[in-house]
Design a binder for this molecule. Structure first.
Ligand SMILES: [Ca+2]
Length: 279
């Protein structure tokens, strides 16, 4: 990648010196803005958000992975051009209740600090609409799949952000969950300070799923296929690892793994995490 960038920069410098200067200025400006933004903040209903800086990463099947789904290939470098804020935790049952007034969670006895579950992708849109009306100075939305995976990997290139092998201290999976969700934030955070990015509940993303999307997707800020029948979900859940479909231990927990469901599908394994645009 370094070699490619060097070649690109030299070529552009020679032929379009002015253009590269503009790009570089924008990059510098972006860095200055990011450095002056709060690293963390909290909204009116107690949701905490952490700054995710702009950058680039390898999306999809990782360099160290020997077994991947076809839909995760080819792994390719993607650039996230703007910083954004991501929920430090999965959206909780308490936060859901404060906006929607009900609690659809299968694991409702887990309590207000547990992730809301059994909500469809369509349900997340209703929640987001109401939250945006309540707090109009910030735009809340689901992460794109690329934003989610970039945030999850947090600068790492391994199968999981913590390494190549499953780690029971980094999330709730089938082998340690006792077959239920758990209060958010009890396991170790990743490099960006995000908790439960792996496990506890699957996290809906905004993208339509396509199993051939990576063959010809944008290299900057990809937003998923233009249309589709299924929405992407990422990260695995309390239920995963011993799935009969798992080809190896922790297969569905891998950051590259692309789960999907229709917009009305509800599961005790699925919840969500928000992105906030705050400038
Ligand atoms: Ca999760």
């Amino acid at each position: 990648m370094k070699y490619f960038k060097l070649g690109y920069f030299c070529f552009v410098c020679l032929l379009f010196g002015e253009k590269i200067e503009i790009v570089e200025n924008k990059k510098t400006e972006q860095i200055i803005i990011e450095q002056n933004m709060p690293k963390e903040w909290q909204n009116g209903i107690g949701m905490q958000f952490v700054l995710i800086p702009s950058g680039e990463f390898r999306l999809g099947c990782g360099e160290t992975e020997t077994i991947c789904e076809d839909n995760e290939t080819p792994g390719h470098v993607v650039r996230i051009t703007n910083f954004f804020y991501m929920g430090k935790y999965e959206v909780t049952q308490g936060q859901w209740k404060s906006i929607m007034g009900d609690n659809p969670s299968y694991f409702d006895e887990c309590g207000d600090n547990c992730p809301v579950d059994s909500i469809s992708w369509k349900d997340t849109q209703e929640f987001i609409l109401k939250l945006n009306m309540k707090e109009s100075s910030v735009k809340y939305r689901l992460p794109t799949e690329a934003e989610w995976e970039y945030a999850a990997r947090s600068g790492t290139t391994t199968k999981y952000y913590w390494g190549e092998d499953m780690d029971e201290n980094s999330g709730w999976y089938a082998n340690n969950s006792e077959r239920k969700t758990h209060p958010v934030g009890m396991k170790k955070p990743n490099g960006f300070g995000l908790f439960d990015i792996s496990g506890n509940v699957w996290e809906w993303c905004s993208d339509w799923f396509s199993d051939i999307y990576y063959l010809n997707s944008p290299k900057e800020n990809p937003k998923g296929f233009e249309f589709g029948r299924l929405k992407v979900a990422k990260g695995g859940s309390w239920h995963d690892e011993v799935s009969p479909n798992a080809r190896t231990s922790g297969y569905a927990i891998r950051h590259a793994y692309r789960n999907r469901g229709n917009v009305m599908h509800k599961s005790p394994t699925a919840g969500f995490r928000l992105v906030a645009e705050k400038y």
